[in-house]
Design a protein around this ligand. Sequence first.
Ligand code: SF4
Length: 183
Amino acid sequence: MIEEKALNAIIKKLKESGVSHVVVIPAEDIVIDERVRLKCQVPLCESYNKNLTCPPNVPSVDEFRRVLDRFTRAILVQMSDTLTENRQDAFVLANRLHELINLGETEAFKVGFRFAMGFIGSCCRLCDECAGVIPGEPCRFPFKARPSMSAMGIDVIATATKAGLPVEFPVSDTVTWTGIILL
Ligand code: SF4
């Protein structure tokens, strides 16, 4: 009962902060697929080994799967907007989702989910150029930076679809970023 009240408080805060969609799901409904991680390398993503929140700088899919087993629920969060010709607009939206995931994670921690952990919708873009391009350079905002769901091997589309959230793939008119907070 206390947990439901705490969850409702987080959801309310996220809605007030402007998320497009938010839903609570059982952690076991999160779909993990090794092919998602392989997509970081085939074809090679420009952020691979260049962004500190991307592979190979994050735990393996196996390790994440084991850790995920320890969580019971999760909050799926989406930000959607009409796609414009300016590619940068989509990343502004991705950064907004990043802020809201961090906000939701903080709120969850405050109400007692001490292992609350957020994952965003693309690689961390808090800096114009990630410190990861320079070998050995530390993250500039380690408490704010978060990896993406995909970096952990989460099949975002399958997970969102299972949760009844809208997904458009391939993207045409609407861009949607999905993040998650494990509880
Ligand atoms: S905060 Fe900056 S340095 Fe750290 S992971 Fe994000 S982009 Fe890279």
